[in-house]
Design a protein around this ligand. Structure first.
Ligand code: ZN
Length: 236
């Protein structure tokens, strides 16, 4: 992790419009001279995710003058093909459940490997040399394509395959959700915390009717439960 501005590095942040990737975006904006964002449209069950990410980017630009010049282009990549090669709750209208191995059925096998590869291609074209993602080993779900070793292997594979050093940074890898809230506040103060609460979207069920202290969501799905518990732990 870097502790001061890194002028030689230009970052592409994998940005979904959720709490984690918004925190990662703020983390990158604090460090790098140039930051761009990338999102993947893969026929998510709830269009809200794609709408919210644009709204969150607008709010980031409006609320943080110091980051406005650093925050550059947003790239949206159409990965509708993912819907053709996966049968999960994210792309089909089935209830969220846990498989016998403890992995939720929202899991698209190897999804982050695909995302990182597409991101690396865009980063190369844009002259960006760092990929930043909200992958985390501490989370409940333990997606194997979010693990630290997987990220390190991808960093090596992408750097070799592009014949250019590409760093993969994952600032949330070893922290829990309470610490993610704390990290956000340390980067952007109460303004960023409120932005995360009011604008980001994490709920698997796409619920945005009620604004809770921790944000919008059904409050019941694994993503809401994690976000809510983390918020309460952080505030206690
Ligand atoms: Zn939910």
């Amino acid at each position: 992790m870097f502790s001061s501005t890194d002028d030689a590095s230009r970052a592409l942040v994998l940005f979904s419009g959720g709490q984690d990737s918004t925190t990662c975006l703020a983390w990158a904006l604090e460090r790098f001279a140039q930051v761009e964002t990338i999102g993947f449209d893969y026929g998510q069950r709830h269009r809200i995710e794609m709408d919210v990410r644009q709204e969150t980017l607008r709010e980031m630009r409006a609320a943080f003058q110091q980051w406005r010049d650093t925050l550059g282009e947003d790239h949206v990549v159409d990965l509708a093909v993912l819907g053709q090669i996966s049968e999960t709750a994210l792309t089909r209208d089935v209830a969220i459940a846990y498989e016998q191995n403890g992995v939720p059925n929202t899991f698209v096998p190897g999804r982050n490997l695909l995302f990182l590869t597409f991101a690396a291609t865009v980063a190369y074209r844009r002259g960006l040399n760092v990929l930043v993602g909200g992958m985390c080993e501490t989370d409940f779900s333990g997606y194997p394509d979010c693990r630290d070793n997987t990220m390190k292997a991808m960093q090596v594979a992408l750097s070799l395959g592009l014949d250019q050093k590409l760093r993969v940074e994952t600032p949330l890898m070893w922290i829990d959700k309470a610490d993610t809230w704390a990290l956000g506040e340390s980067l952007g103060g109460a303004t960023l915390t409120n932005l995360v609460i009011e604008h980001t979207h994490t709920c698997y069920n796409g619920v945005r009717e009620t604004l809770h202290t921790w944000g919008y969501g059904c409050g019941e799905c694994p993503a809401c439960a994690l976000r809510k518990a983390g918020f309460e732990k952080w505030r206690s």
